[in-house]
Design a protein around this ligand. Structure first.
Ligand SMILES: [Mg+2]
Length: 234
């Protein structure tokens, strides 16, 4: 296949945590394990640790630091990557994940994984869930120097890996991230109803983007709602 043919193939861009992988793992680490370990490390009560940490979480949400294990390790004095490693058996794919990726590949989609997890976090997830074989590209926002919430992330991505936004579908459980992608010019955007199996599903009306219940629902959307231009006939 020539380079220009490849350029015309549609791209399915996926977020990792909360989209392909169950966010229950990350919630467990950040809301349960880290406060406990933080309290042990600093000899304070669990309530004090929760207060300190949740205050930090609020301040840094949606910034690149929020997604950096090195930043958190330095900030709170607990090795958060090690903590995730200790509980790695809890890392798992959301239902329908592999089925969807297989189907998309069979339909000629190029799949890209775009995560705000830092490189070490991405590595840890990939060591524990067999995702890498489905993706031609796996990018951590750490590499681009901007979180996905920022238009600059998308501009940098396009500079490094040219793509046509009109030929891209992007699926992410975080609304602020979808907004960043929309501001950049991607129009085929989808959210996820239940990013974490440990929390109730959100209602479609509280989300400003079409939200997938089962990951495989994306295939119906593609068939029924989305006109992907066929390079051969365009
Ligand atoms: Mg996510």
């Amino acid at each position: 296949m020539s380079y220009s043919d490849l350029q015309q193939q549609p791209i399915a861009m996926f977020d990792m945590d909360g989209t392909l992988l169950d966010l229950a793992f990350d919630d467990f680490i950040w809301n349960h394990c880290l406060p406990e370990r933080h309290a042990q490390t600093h000899q304070c009560s669990l309530e004090q640790s929760q207060q300190t940490l949740f205050q930090f979480y609020k301040q840094h949400k949606h910034t690149l630091s929020w997604y950096s294990s090195a930043y958190w390790t330095a900030k709170v004095g607990v090795d958060v990557l090690q903590l995730q490693h200790e509980h790695r058996e809890k890392i798992c794919a959301r239902s329908g994940c592999f089925q969807l990726l297989k189907q998309l590949k069979a339909q000629g989609y190029r799949c890209w994984l775009l995560t705000n997890a830092d490189r070490a976090g991405l590595q840890l997830k990939l060591e524990n869930v067999e995702l890498s074989s489905y993706f031609e590209l796996m990018i951590s926002s750490e590499e681009l120097g901007h979180a996905k919430e920022e238009v600059a992330f998308w501009q940098k991505l396009q500079e490094m890996h040219p793509f046509d936004p009109a030929q891209a579908i992007f699926i992410d459980d975080t609304v602020a991230v979808l907004q960043g992608a929309e501001d950049f010019g991607i129009t085929q955007l989808f959210s996820i109803l239940q990013p974490s199996s440990a929390k109730p599903a959100r209602t479609p009306t509280e989300l400003p983007y079409p939200a997938l219940d089962h990951l495989n629902d994306l295939l119906d959307y593609i068939e029924n709602n989305i006109q992907v231009t066929d390079a051969k006939t365009a």
